[in-house]
Design a binder for this molecule. Structure first.
Ligand SMILES: Nc1nc(=O)c2c([nH]1)NC[C@@H]1CN(c3ccc(C(=O)N[C@@H](CCC(=O)O)C(=O)O)cc3)CN21
Ligand SMILES: CC(C)C(=O)C(=O)O
Ligand SMILES: [Mg+2]
Length: 274
């Protein structure tokens, strides 16, 4: 948070309209997850545009096998830890599993994430049946990021973490859902684990910025879980991830290298895509 010291005047904060401008100017948006003050500060200083307090904290902070046990209280707590570090980055908070089953619940959850947590945008997983919820949030003035493709909250329904939208019917359905979410008032679309050609089509056809994770290099921005960028994820990381600390140096340098690689479109490469 800006303390008022004129020697540490922050760069202009990232806003929804700034993200749209970056898209139209062809400037890739660099995004990372963060769950605590110290790492969020490193990310903000490195120029990360969009910091996500993700429900992946269930995995990387709490050591659970899925994101399902994460509560609204958990996300509020971690958002409160991250917000004071972000002088420039936009802070986005995930709505946890079963916290947005109807409009009332979604508005209550958004109220907690924004009023108690200080988030500037909320993110929710889901497609066609979620457009009413996105519209209700948008009507209430809540900035929304919709999350399509692989939805980790559906792990038990899908039977694992798999690439989505591989066949033509699946790709067309995803594209149609994305258009509906945009029309309902989503400000950003995040897409996870889809073929690179579909990521390219989405970014080309939507007016709102499309942020990819395992969605190819043509998306308007990229996001990764910060533990994957630092190579400290227990077990195997997803194929779309890259360890930016493996070549040595510091955590600051690794996060800086990630931001630079996204800005110069050197990440992801085909080996990190589907
Ligand atoms: N550390 C971490 N990184 C993440 O990106 C992440 C989490 N945790 N936790 C929540 C979800 C789970 N995610 C995952 C987890 C595994 C794969 C995975 O293994 N994907 C396969 C592709 C499978 C296919 O080819 O259909 C892969 O090889 O990467 C993908 C996303 C993404 N999220
Ligand atoms: C993997 C990203 C997109 C996410 O939703 C999370 O970190 O929870
Ligand atoms: Mg999430």
């Amino acid at each position: 948070m800006y303390s008022g010291n004129p020697d540490r005047r922050p760069a202009a904060p990232v806003t929804v309209s700034r993200l749209r401008r970056m898209k139209s100017e062809g400037k890739p948006i660099a995004c990372l997850t963060a769950y605590d003050y110290s790492l969020a500060r490193v990310e903000d200083a490195a120029g990360v545009d969009f910091v996500l307090v993700g429900d992946s904290l269930g995995n990387v902070v709490q050591g659970r096998p899925t994101t399902l046990p994460v509560t609204v209280d958990d996300i509020v707590y971690h958002t409160r830890c991250v917000v004071p570090a972000c002088e420039r980055a936009l802070v986005v908070a995930d709505m946890p599993f079963l916290s947005y089953t109807d409009e009332r619940a979604a508005l209550d959850c958004a109220a907690r994430l924004m009023k108690e947590g200080g988030a500037q945008m909320v993110k929710l997983e889901g497609a066609g049946d979620q457009t009413g919820i996105v519209a209700a949030l948008a009507r209430a003035g809540v900035p929304v990021c919709a999350h399509l493709g692989l939805q980790p909250q559906l792990v038990h329904k899908m039977g694992g973490y798999r690439v989505q939208g591989r066949d033509e019917a699946g790709a067309d359905a995803l594209l149609a859902e994305a258009r509906q979410l945009e029309a309902a008032g989503a400000d950003v679309l995040l897409v996870e684990c889809i073929p690179a050609v579909l990521g390219e089509r989405l970014a080309g056809e939507l007016a709102i910025p499309v942020i990819g994770i395992g969605a190819g290099a043509a998306c308007d921005g990229q996001i990764l879980v910060v533990q994957d960028v630092l190579g400290i994820t227990p077990g195997r990381s997803p194929r779309f991830a890259r360890d930016f600390l493996a070549d040595g140096g510091s955590i600051q340098a690794a996060i800086g290298a990630y931001v630079e690689a996204v800005r110069e479109r050197r990440f992801p490469t085909p080996e990190h895509s589907f």
